[in-house]
Ligand binder design. Structure first.
Ligand SMILES: Nc1nc2c(ncn2[C@@H]2O[C@H](COP(=O)(O)OP(=O)(O)OP(=O)(O)O)[C@@H](O)[C@H]2O)c(=O)[nH]1
Ligand SMILES: [Mg+2]
Length: 349
């Protein structure tokens, strides 16, 4: 399935129905008085987050969404019916932005959460409303007010617990394919992954799981628009923690440290908050003899900086289970902490 993470959309709420100007004329009440009913309110357009949706693909081919107009009022003081609201379902994690003002209208992070995107117009008042003791036969009736119109940008931010980052070719997709049912593209060349892929990792027997996001590789200068990585960093902005993969094959330890620092520098320029997220660092491709041989020395380099370095092979599976349970335990901790500060955001499983 194509991963669509952005869509543009015009939304027009329904206009209010017009108020009616009418007089009651019945056989025995020739001057029955003003009897024009009010117009009904126009339909609003509401977005609701649906846990069953995973892309904004539906909105790629929709350009304009209109809600219904309210019914006009009519004689005998009959009010026009209000139009029904139009409901748009979007994936959990959709951010809705007003294109002209740049204002964030809604940030739908929980299943079932909803937001009004544009309000329907109000129905106009019928002439029955305007009767007073001095003017018993008013002709005035108001038209309905127009519905709101907006140009929106929808952005889907993946709600992953763990984002996998690293240089292109580090082995990120291979790991995500190994530990989850996701099938990201894997290739022996950089920039194989052009879009993020989400996978669910079951990390313990009790059914504990977390969501892992395979991200396109980051390179130096990403925050200036080089490579592809940055446009996807927004997905990491929601990840509670990061797994940083380092490919040490055919590289000396100094080069690996430089790679590590370069990726972190990109993260830092993108967002100082993201770079402070808990990061688990692991060397990939442990099955390759040159990587395995280098691991002890590289581990010392990290220790000197007070960091722990793990190692794994997605080819043989070595080290994967340990890393997954470590990530799982940390995710549980982070979720608990998050639920304490913001009870509304209780863990999504
Ligand atoms: N021997 C060995 N090769 C690996 C391992 N993991 C990944 N590779 C190889 O490394 C290459 C890159 O792997 P990917 O998983 O596509 O790397 P990536 O980090 O997702 O790359 P981008 O999407 O381009 O950023 C592929 O040729 C993989 O087969 C491993 O554990 N052992
Ligand atoms: Mg990849």
């Amino acid at each position: 399935m194509t991963f669509v993470d952005e869509a543009r959309l015009r939304v027009w709420a329904g206009d209010g129905g017009d108020g009616c100007s009418a007089f009651l004329r019945e056989k025995y009440r020739p001057k029955g008085g003003p009897a024009g009913g009010d117009g009904g309110d126009g339909g609003s357009i509401i977005a609701i987050a649906d846990a069953g949706m995973s892309t904004l693909l539906d909105y790629r081919y929709k350009d304009l969404i209109k809600a219904d107009r309210g019914e006009n009022g009519s004689g005998k003081s009959r009010h026009g019916a209000a139009a029904r609201d139009t409901v748009l379902t979007v994936p959990v994690g959709t951010l809705i932005i007003d294109e002209s003002s740049g204002e964030t209208i809604a940030d739908l992070t929980r299943p079932g959460q909803e937001a009004v995107l544009v309000y329907g117009g109000r129905g106009g008042r019928g002439n029955a409303r305007f009767a007073t003791s001095v003017n018993q036969a008013p002709r005035r009736a108001d038209p309905g007010t127009p519905g709101e119109k907006r140009n929106l940008r929808l952005e889907l931010r993946l709600l992953a617990d763990v984002g996998v980052i690293g240089l292109p070719n580090a082995g990120k997709s291979s790991l995500v394919a190994r530990v989850s049912a996701a099938k990201p593209k894997i290739g022996a060349y950089p920039f194989t992954s052009l879009a993020p892929t989400l996978g669910v990792v079951k990390w313990n027997e009790d059914g504990g799981s977390f969501v892992i996001a395979d991200l396109p590789g980051l390179i130096e200068g990403a925050h200036e628009g080089h490579g592809l990585g940055l446009q996807f960093l927004k997905h990491v902005s929601r990840s509670a923690m990061l797994l940083h993969l380092l490919d040490a094959s055919m590289k000396g330890p100094e080069q690996v440290m430089r790679d590590f620092d370069a990726v972190n520098a990109e993260l830092e320029s993108y967002s100082p908050q993201i770079v402070r997220r808990p990061q688990v660092v692991a060397m990939s491709k442990l099955d390759l003899p040159e990587s395995a041989a280098m691991f002890p020395e590289l581990k010392r380099y990290f220790e000197q900086r007070g960091l722990e370095l793990l190692a794994l092979s997605s080819a043989t599976g070595e080290g994967c289970r340990e890393i997954i349970s470590m990530l799982g335990r940390k995710v549980v901790e982070l979720r608990a902490r998050q639920a304490e500060v913001d009870p509304g955001s209780a863990a999504t499983d």
